[in-house]
Design a protein around this ligand. Sequence first.
Ligand code: FE
Length: 139
Amino acid sequence: MSQDKVVKSDEEWRAQLGPDQFEVCRRKATERAFTGRYWDHHEQGTYCCAACRADLFSSATKYDSGSGWPSFWEPVAADRIAVEEDRSHGMRRTEILCARCGSHLGHVFEDGPRPTGLRYCVNSLSLDFEPGKKEGESK
Ligand code: FE
């Protein structure tokens, strides 16, 4: 099932999100490593987009990458994540965004664990955690 896109103006996002969250989600800022809510968070549940609540990652695919950001080896569904080439800061990286609302999540790297070999490296500020929630139960 495809998701309805969420489109809001900067003013609307600014009013909805806190200042730090706005900078990360809508301005592609990066929170400092080891400072976020979720890098060392181990409960079972689902991580959704902090901006639009789309389910993005399950705790079942979360692992400790040592990076200081919450890291996952797979999203709950491939079509939840959009990717774009990011050439900022003298690097060439693959940015990951929420496919539903376009909010910045982080980057994906090819140094993750099996079975995918991918590391979805996400800002805690881009996520909200829903304990015990399973994929498919979102409103
Ligand atoms: Fe979103």
